[in-house]
Design a protein around this ligand. Structure first.
Ligand SMILES: NC(=O)C1=CN([C@@H]2O[C@H](COP(=O)(O)OP(=O)(O)OC[C@H]3O[C@@H](n4cnc5c(N)ncnc54)[C@H](O)[C@@H]3O)[C@@H](O)[C@H]2O)[C@H](O)CC1
Ligand SMILES: [K+]
Length: 477
């Protein structure tokens, strides 16, 4: 099963891997033609009703694969209003080659005749709201015909994620959907075929630019909409929580507070005027600090727990108590990680160990990234939490779904890059699912590192990553 949003992300990742959408469209159209062949023999008449998006584009391609049939393509709208270059190019190819391709600007002039098969390519995943005209009337006309209706990707008017229609929708006999099943198709009274259109598995497994799609913002946004993060860290170190907090801000959180021991509060604040520091008593985290921290954490969307806390016995005891009491979402890093396997918690955790820390948690690792991905997936399932295991190939898994990140470089072995990753992931977890936040965090952190090394060579500082996070999270359109 794949949602429309994820499908769009995977599609963009495929293009970044060198398999552009026009190539996928060629495969989609071919698959649609094969489905038509299941319903009628060569020579039969086929009416294709196409819209102005890529759903229509798929059907323009299908027409070329049905040269031995009597095909008529009806384009609803003017060719100039076709919304994508690739659909327009495929329309032009039909026009140039003198296919029977007609422009229908008004549903009254739609002459379908009595075809043997109808192809519904008006709208696919790009539908918003109820079908407008001329699509609505065209849907009714198609439904009234006796001929079987083959729908391209999803019956027009139906929401691929929910299976619901806001108004009239095409009543398809057969749906040819692409790449993977869509959640909304199962409830329909239609035969559903999933066509492999040549999207590489890597487009789903490896993080890519398409994964940044989900970060687009509404123009009407308010302070707090993009998340409030609490970083709990510091004690033996003061730089780590400051780095994590600055990374959270650079990854888009609206408000970030740092809870740290009194002893380092001034140092943490001195790193940046952008930080809000909330000190607690003492020079390291202790069990007596926990109740007030849990309360403070409750006012935030996500807690980033661990940067610079150190591994003092009292601190680890306090971490365990915090996790046992806390019910929100937390990113857990550094020394705090070793406590996670023993703790019974309601919290949603994203754990960010490097391979040494993973072993300390009781997890296994392997040199080969594919083996490691399997081990991480089963350990995540055992823990019941999301794992982001850092390495040359970072592995992210919630125990069911696993993603691998390939951005980053050997310059990132410098201290502090893990704090940046934890902070960025915390900010992203305010607006994305934990698995997706971890995947995008790893992708952006590595990309920031790649940009820094491309500009200056090795010898990068963790602060170089912080400054480059916004560009690393920006989607090029
Ligand atoms: N990897 C893939 O999934 C591939 C999918 N392909 C096909 O592309 C469509 C999705 O294409 P897209 O251009 O994004 O959207 P549509 O064609 O579904 O529709 C856009 C078009 O429709 C207009 N519109 C929107 N809502 C309405 C409405 N309620 N009434 C009337 N018109 C509406 C909008 O203005 C646009 O003009 C996917 O389903 C697949 O079929 C690729 O071909 C291959 C890769
Ligand atoms: K359709």
């Amino acid at each position: 099963m794949i949602s429309s949003d994820r499908m769009a992300a995977v599609d963009e990742n495929a293009a970044a891997l060198g398999v552009p959408r026009k190539q996928l469209m060629e495969s989609s159209g071919n698959a649609v033609a094969r489905a038509v062949r299941d319903h009628a023999d060569p020579g039969a008449s086929v009416a294709v009703v196409a819209g102005r998006g890529n759903n229509g584009g798929d059907a323009f391609v299908a027409a070329r694969f049905l040269d031995d049939y009597d095909v008529t393509v009806h384009l609803l709208g003017r060719p100039e209003s076709i919304s994508t270059d690739i659909a327009r190019e495929n329309w032009a190819a039909l026009d140039e080659a003198e296919y029977d391709a007609r422009v229908v600007t008004d549903s009254k002039s739609l002459e379908l005749g009595s075809p043997d098969v109808v192809v519904d390519a008006m709208l696919g995943t790009g539908v918003t709201g109820a079908l407008r005209e001329p699509e609505a009337t065209a849907a009714e006309r198609m439904n009234a015909l006796d001929a079987p209706v083959v729908a391209v990707d999803v019956p027009s008017g139906v929401d691929a994620d929910t299976g619901e229609a806001e108004g009239v929708a095409v009543d398809a006999d057969h749906v040819v959907t692409f790449h993977d099943e869509k959640p909304g198709l199962a409830s329909l009274d239609a035969e559903v075929t999933v066509a492999d259109i040549g999207i590489p598995r890597a487009a789903e497994l490896f993080t890519g630019p398409g994964d940044l799609r989900s970060l687009s913002r509404e123009s009407e946004s308010h302070k707090g909409d993009h998340g409030e993060v609490l970083v709990v860290g510091g004690g033996p170190y003061s730089g780590a929580p400051a780095l994590a907090a600055q990374a959270s801000l650079r990854a888009g959180a609206d408000l970030v507070r740092v809870a740290c021991p009194d002893s380092v509060a001034r140092e943490v604040q001195a790193y940046s005027e952008n930080l809000i520091v909330r000190p607690f008593d003492g020079d390291h985290l202790r069990p007596e600090n926990v109740d007030s921290l849990v309360e403070l954490a409750g006012d935030h969307d996500v807690t980033v727990f661990g940067p610079g806390l150190g591994g003092d016995d009292e601190t680890l005891e306090a971490v365990a108590e915090f996790l046992a009491e806390y019910g929100g979402t937390a990113v857990v890093d550094a020394d705090a990680l070793q406590v996670v396997p023993e703790v019974d918690t309601e919290a949603t955790l994203v754990c960010t160990p490097h391979q040494g820390e993973l072993r300390k948690m009781g997890g296994e690792t392997a040199d080969d990234w594919q083996d490691r991905a399997e081990l991480v997936e089963s350990f995540a399932a055992e823990l019941g939490h999301v794992l982001l295991v850092k390495g040359a190939y970072d592995v992210v898994s919630d125990g069911e779904e696993t993603r691998v990140n390939r951005t980053g470089n050997p310059g990132m072995t410098v201290g502090g890059t893990g704090d940046v990753l934890a902070g960025a992931t915390g900010a992203l977890a305010c607006v994305l699912s934990p698995l997706h936040a971890a995947a995008v965090g790893a992708y952006a952190n590595g990309r920031a590192g790649d940009d820094a090394v491309a500009e200056n060579g090795y010898g990068l500082l963790a602060t170089d990553l912080v400054d480059r996070l916004p560009a690393a999270l920006r989607r090029e359109e």
